[in-house]
Ligand binder design. Structure first.
Ligand code: NZQ
Ligand code: ZN
Length: 389
């Protein structure tokens, strides 16, 4: 196992009714001006906005609204939020939404305080945060990114065509309120996209060294099985509280740094998907679903034992009558079958991506991960993209 330091600064309050029960108490720690941030309006339709606003009003808070945060949040939107926070001398940000709203608010919490340009200093390259960002609390409305329990924020710079994530522990939300019933209204397409994002985070960690006996791989297998089982149940019945709870918590577990400890981590598929997103604004989980099986067919021969273990432990495929290589390949096939079964896209054309010349440009701008069983080249990424068409 590699050496590590573990710290996670987020307090989690989980379960049905947690917002009603705890929000007032949590907000007492902060002065009165609250910036309430949300996305394109789902929270207004499903009643979450009214519930939160009612609670804040009763608590005597002054609310500044920051709305319209788009999926794949842009740097422009971050600057808009920072301007609003500064003009109104906001004391605390309350983000209500999924990864996009949470990520945008983390970047806002830095940009509202930092004197220089946060893209140049903290997203274009990793920086050292020597100041305190505005405090941030989150109310999670869809499961997938696990952004509620880490400092990660993925931001798209539209001018530069770069979508990049950084993880600054100072951006960990102070608290995360997680009510699984808040996710009942998430459209099925987004639910399965988020579900696959969880699976991807676990696989990107699991398929990396070191592969000696380690706790992370054992937890990862349990988490993957749980995500597969509960995603199937939630597709059958979107209001299955047990399934929604398990998906919500698995999403946090995958990205709260725990399973990454001691592991090198790959995240090459994420690098590829983020650049696809920068150019095409495609949906994160859907992009990952298209890429993963094709990427894994390229790398499994370089990590055969691990892929064979994945087939056996996660998909219950019998090793009998199969070579280790055949078993490994069967695991990747099982993943591809699951993607089709739950209705995720299997080709880039389904995401409206058809332009080969653009794909070449995207491939050339992808970061190359050091954690993969096989280090990619830009040429091989272009091959993968073409096989995904
Ligand atoms: O915008 P609204 O109207 O709220 O609708 C959203 C949005 O259209 C909708 N939604 C959310 N909760 C809902 C709901 N609709 C009905 N009922 C609810 N309760 O879902 C749509 C997608 O929301 P979004 O926040 O974009 O989804 P997700 O959580 O998948 O976040 C994706 C973003 O997070 C980044 C992705 O790259 C992408 O930009 N990631 C962040 C990570 C992190 N911070 O650690 C890691 C991930 O790997 C990922 O890269
Ligand atoms: Zn992801």
């Amino acid at each position: 196992m590699k050496n590590f330091i573990f710290e996670n600064g987020t307090k989690v309050l989980f379960g049905a009714g947690c917002v009603r029960e705890y929000l007032v108490c949590l907000m007492k720690e902060y002065k009165d001006t609250v910036m309430v941030a949300y996305g394109g309006g789902s929270v207004r339709k499903n009643g979450i906005y009214d519930e939160v606003m009612g609670i804040l009003e009763n608590a005597g808070k002054r609310v500044v609204e920051f709305s319209g945060i788009m999926a794949n949040p842009t740097y422009e939107k971050v600057l808009e939020g920072a301007r609003l926070a500064k003009e109104n001398q906001v004391d605390v940000i309350l983000a209500i939404g999924g990864g996009s709203v949470m990520d945008c608010c983390k970047a806002v919490s830095m940009a509202a305080v930092f004197k220089g340009d946060i893209w140049d200093n903290y997203w274009a390259r990793p920086g050292v945060v020597t100041f305190k960002p505005l405090p941030l609390g989150v109310i999670v409305t869809t499961a997938g990114t696990g952004s509620e329990c880490n400092g990660g924020a993925v931001i798209t710079n539209e001018k530069l065509k770069i979508k990049t994530g950084r993880d600054y522990p100072q951006c960990n939300p102070r608290f995360a309120l997680m009510d699984p019933t808040y996710t009942y209204s998430v459209p099925v397409k987004q639910m399965v996209s988020g579900g696959f994002d969880i699976l991807s985070h676990i696989m990107e960690t699991y398929f990396s060294g070191p592969d000696e006996d380690n706790v992370s791989d054992d937890i990862s297998e349990a988490l993957m099985k749980s995500v597969i089982r509960n995603l199937r149940a939630a597709v059958q019945n979107p209001e299955d509280y047990t399934a929604r709870s398990n998906l919500m918590w698995a999403s946090t577990m995958a990205e709260n740094r725990l399973i990454k400890l001691g592991k090198q981590c790959d995240f090459e598929c994420h690098q590829m998907e983020h650049q696809l997103g920068a150019y095409t604004d495609c949906n994160h989980g859907c992009g990952l679903a298209v890429l993963h099986p094709v990427y894994y067919r390229h790398i499994y021969p370089y990590g055969v034992s691990k892929f064979a273990r994945f087939a056996k432990h996660v998909w219950n495929i019998s090793p009998e009558g199969r070579t280790e290589e055949e078993l490994a390949a069967a695991g990747v096939d099982a993943l591809a079958d699951f993607i089709r079964e739950i209705g995720l896209p299997t080709a880039l054309t389904e995401l409206g991506i058809t332009d080969r010349q653009m794909l070449k440009e995207i491939a050339d701008t992808c970061n190359l991960s050091a954690g993969s069983y096989k280090k990619m080249t830009h040429e091989e990424i272009f091959e993968i993209f073409q096989e995904c068409l």
